[in-house]
Design a protein around this ligand. Structure first.
Ligand SMILES: NC(=O)c1ccc[n+]([C@@H]2O[C@H](COP(=O)([O-])OP(=O)(O)OC[C@H]3O[C@@H](n4cnc5c(N)ncnc54)[C@H](O)[C@@H]3O)[C@@H](O)[C@H]2O)c1
Length: 339
């Protein structure tokens, strides 16, 4: 299993994974339509690894272009990151989310069948567990209908891939359920820098840290948690990226369908994150407490025991390191964009 086709490979998680794959001597081919990424990321991957992966810029839904890539590249395995991911936006534009996330997955599955590509790793999410009845969440916990169209696409694609695995016992399918990826590559060259107001906590804190936003809005401080604020499982994006390389090792054993949580197994509250961020960077992060947001749950974190046992997964970085790496990336990005 040498050649890996990475869809969405210039995005936040995809780019970090591509670096790991190149470091592990995989031959990487990327498809990305740059909807939520920049071409410079390709230069940065080359700067870090010394290798410039082959890159195709088009929408994965474009079946004729995809067919061409499969015909020419003959990938052994697909890692499918490409998709839209903003939960709030998906509630306002459901069709856009269903169309892109589902159609791109359909196109890839068709190509797997046509070109006998037997292996796929799919970017799923902890969102498939819905509102958790207990924590930590294990892979045996039920998948539930989601509150957002984004989450629902993950539930649906998981289901579609499970059904495909029943009729294609030769397919090896790995569903990776990510918890909350944060941080950035230690070089400061790769990270997450969303346009406009960030949806997620850490990109928001980064923008406050560099003075682009005034203060962090903490939604609710009356949850039954350590300090009343919401608790999540924040995983360093480089640890998450490593999980993908480990999942490829697993696929080499012909496991059929397999499912893993990728999280740290530990929860951290919003106020704890703010404190750790301040300790790591020395930058004061002002915050205000706002009312709870609809749909937010009090506590959500993973059991990563299965990934540890079956993939040899572990986390090298803690939340404080992720805060520092994320901040360093943001500062470097500000300097680069000012040039
Ligand atoms: N970041 C998170 O918090 C998180 C959590 C759970 C799951 N995920 C999933 O992981 C995957 C990657 O997330 P990310 O944070 O790196 O997102 P991202 O937006 O940074 O990366 C996705 C990439 O896919 C590209 N893309 C989108 N639709 C495409 C299409 N139709 N054709 C070609 N390219 C397309 C975008 O341009 C972008 O570069 C997504 O599927 C996301 O839903 C992310």
């Amino acid at each position: 299993m040498k050649k890996v086709l990475v869809t969405g490979g210039l995005g936040f998680i995809g780019s970090h994974t591509v670096v790991n794959l190149i470091e592990e001597k995989y031959d990487v081919v990327i498809i990305d339509n740059l909807f939520n990424s920049k071409l410079e990321v390709l230069d940065r991957i080359e700067q870090i690894t010394g290798v410039r992966p082959k890159f195709y810029q088009f929408d994965v839904q474009n079946i004729s272009k995809l067919d061409e890539v499969f015909k020419n590249e003959k990938p052994d395995v697909i890692i499918h990151f490409a998709g839209y991911k903003a939960v709030g936006e998906s509630c306002k534009k459901p069709l856009m989310y269903y169309k892109n996330n589902l159609e791109s997955s359909f196109a890839l599955i068709e190509m797997m069948e046509k070109y006998n590509c037997k292996n796929i790793v799919f970017s799923s999410s902890a969102t498939v567990y819905g509102i958790p009845k207990k924590v930590p969440l294990t892979e045996e916990d039920p998948v539930q209908s989601s509150t957002s169209p984004y989450g629902e696409t993950k539930v649906m694609i998981e289901r579609i891939l499970e059904d495909e695995s029943k009729v294609h016992p030769e397919f090896n399918i790995c569903l990776l359920r990510y918890f909350n990826p944060i941080g950035a590559h230690k070089s400061g060259l790769l990270g997450e820098d969303p346009n406009g107001i960030p949806n997620n906590l850490l990109p928001y804190i980064n923008k406050v840290a560099v003075g682009k936003l005034d203060c962090v809005h903490v939604f609710g401080n009356d949850y039954p948690t350590v300090d009343g604020t919401g608790v999540r499982d924040y995983i360093h994006v480089c640890d998450l990226a490593k999980g993908h390389v480990l999942s490829l090792n697993k696929l080499k054993e012909n496991p059929g369908l397999c499912i893993y949580n990728l999280g740290t197994g530990k929860g951290t509250s919003v106020l704890e994150i703010i404190k750790l961020y301040e300790e790591a960077t020395g930058v004061k992060i002002p915050y205000v407490i706002d009312p709870r947001r609809d749909g937010d749950v009090a506590i959500n974190y993973a059991s990563n025991e299965k990934a540890k046992k079956e993939l040899g997964f572990n986390c090298d970085f803690d939340v404080k390191q992720a805060c520092l790496d994320g901040y360093n990336y943001q500062v470097a990005e500000e300097k680069r964009t000012k040039k």
